[in-house]
Design a protein around this ligand. Structure first.
Ligand SMILES: [Zn+2]
Ligand SMILES: [Zn+2]
Length: 313
């Protein structure tokens, strides 16, 4: 049962998010349609829909290498209206700007997942930040400073030390933060000790502060990193979801086979063993549902992504 405040929030949210209109919330097990921002395209078209349908996900954003455009088109043709896509390409290559410009001309609605072994404030990434602003598309970045397995290497490094400088230098670029370093830094006591720190959150962490300070920073809640951060401290989580309700985007980054935890959900990542046998989409949707009001849940699971990507309802 909803209390009166929750009921009012629900009807208000439904009125201000046009994409919600026409969707029958009662038919969805989560009480709201769901958009998965972080879904790596699977080679067999049917396997994409198996995960969406299994996890109760309405639509998903396919993350694909620029070379996989035909694969993306095939998946989209199979289920019209259920997919958008982001394109990624090695930022160290000399033709990166050219290839990523072409991707937007081909229909990509953003760049991601951008996961490369270079500094987040280095010249390779900076030219793509500028390009994303010029073309008006968001850029989704994987930040990671701690290996998941020996010699993995780090990705988009320097988040804690340098990224506020980037947010200031590129005010017209829409950044979507993701992965270990982004989420571990919700706690003020984090200094790159572990991929997935545990225990109560120390208030005042960089990611929490920057989401409040910079209108051009958004958060992708996918993967073990997002789920782990939101599982540490229930009181913090409830408050965090409320404060940043317009900046948070549900995503799964789940590679399980069926949307119920079959197969491997966090592949190539032994450090994420807490998700073994579980579907990350289901785990995080359940966690968000327990931690937020229905109106806030609906923004994070559905409304915010539609606004950010300007997807017609
Ligand atoms: Zn990632
Ligand atoms: Zn799954």
């Amino acid at each position: 049962m909803l209390n009166r405040r929750e009921f009012l929030e629900t009807i208000t949210a439904a009125a201000i998010v046009p994409a919600f209109a026409g969707q029958d919330a009662a038919k969805n097990e989560w009480g709201s349609p769901v958009f998965d921002l972080h879904f790596h395209v699977r080679p067999q078209p049917a396997n994409n829909l198996t995960h969406l349908d299994g996890a109760g996900v309405t639509k998903a954003n396919l993350l694909a290498r620029a070379v996989a455009v035909d694969q993306v088109k095939a998946v989209m043709a199979e289920a019209p209206g259920r997919f958008t896509w982001f394109s990624s390409y090695d930022v160290t290559r000399p033709d990166a700007e050219q290839v990523l410009t072409q991707a937007v001309k081909d229909g990509a609605q953003g760049y991601g997942e951008m996961k490369f072994h270079v500094a987040a404030d280095g010249p390779e990434f900076r030219r793509i930040y500028a390009l994303a602003a010029d073309l008006g598309v968001p850029i989704l970045i994987h930040f990671q400073e701690v290996d998941h397995f020996p010699n993995e290497g780090t990705w988009a490094t320097g988040y804690a030390k340098t990224f506020d400088g980037i947010l200031k230098a590129y005010p017209k670029t829409t950044f979507i933060g993701h992965a270990d370093a982004f989420w571990a830094n919700v706690s003020a006591d984090y200094h790159n000790e572990a991929a997935y720190p545990s225990g109560p959150i120390v208030r005042g962490g960089l990611t929490d502060k920057w989401l409040g300070d910079y209108p051009n920073l958004f958060a992708d809640m996918s993967a073990n990193s997002g789920n782990n951060a939101m599982s540490r401290d229930a009181e913090f989580t409830a408050d965090f979801l409320k404060r940043h309700q317009d900046k948070l985007l549900f995503g799964s980054d789940c590679s399980c086979a069926d949307g119920h935890g079959g197969g491997v959900s966090q592949s190539n990542n032994p450090a994420a063993s807490r998700m073994a046998g579980k579907c990350v989409a289901r785990e995080t949707l359940g966690l968000l549902k327990r931690s937020a009001s229905p109106a806030v849940f609906q923004k994070i699971a559905w409304g915010n992504a539609h606004k950010l990507l300007r997807i017609p309802s």
